[in-house]
Design a protein around this ligand. Sequence first.
Ligand code: PMM
Length: 293
Amino acid sequence: MTGRLGGLGDDAVRTRPLIMGVLNVTPDSFSDGGEWFTPEAALAHAQELLEAGADLLDVGGESTRPGAERPSVDEELRRVVPVVRALADTGAQISVDTMRAEVARAALEAGAHLVNDVSGGLADPDMVPFVAEAGAPFVVMHWRGHSTDMQSRAHYDDVVEDVRAELLGRLESLTDAGVRLKDIILDPGLGFAKRAEHNWALLAGLDRITDLGPRVLVGASRKTFLGRVGRAEDDLRPPLERDVATAVTTLHAARHDVWCVRVHDVAGSVSALDAADALAAAEAARAGGLGRG
Ligand code: PMM
């Protein structure tokens, strides 16, 4: 564990979020499905993400695109484990994006450092006991059911307070099951059982999620709601044209104490954060100069 990460623990002092680069080893993810499907293509893309400044890589073998079919466990293992093993050999920090305890176990054995479960441990009853026993950092995303029909569950009285309450419920179940608080990372689950207005409200209300205490991860990258802004209903911006909007959400996350952002276009988010830092430094210098005058 090196650099400003200081490990994936909760002890590092940081002023900007970590950048998690997305490495979907799937034939059908919504924004980059099929592009990095072979292990060779995945490893080459991983290298690009690291060179662009990714702090960690999120390797996933199951698409969570609305309506997606689930792969078998064996197929998911075949997709994920060789890539995790090869990346671990290079010293990269790796997260495994899976809802299955068996895949999480195999990935950690192959060298992954963090388990990213979009179901927050709800999809597989073995996941929470496994994570408790393994003592690995665990991303607990807000989730209301599998992608096949999740959008039918996008009903909230107050989306920020409802998501907060459901995440708090998960937090209590997980700590009761023996997962250490310091290993838990909360995620509002943008795009999962959420309509566009829910995603914007959750971004606007991020402080209500960070104030729960644990670290927070945000995954807005290339999601449909970013393709809708400024466009007519039938004129969505395609996923690859949502990277500037994604970088705007990264800056927003940075201003609200988010620990990590999960993005496809790592270079865009790094550059946005660099520009914001330079601007903040210039503003501080100017304020200092004015103060002296
Ligand atoms: N989104 C996707 C996949 N995994 N994991 C977390 N923790 N949070 C997210 O928002 C999230 C995720 C779907 O996006 P993709 O198909 O582009 O990977």
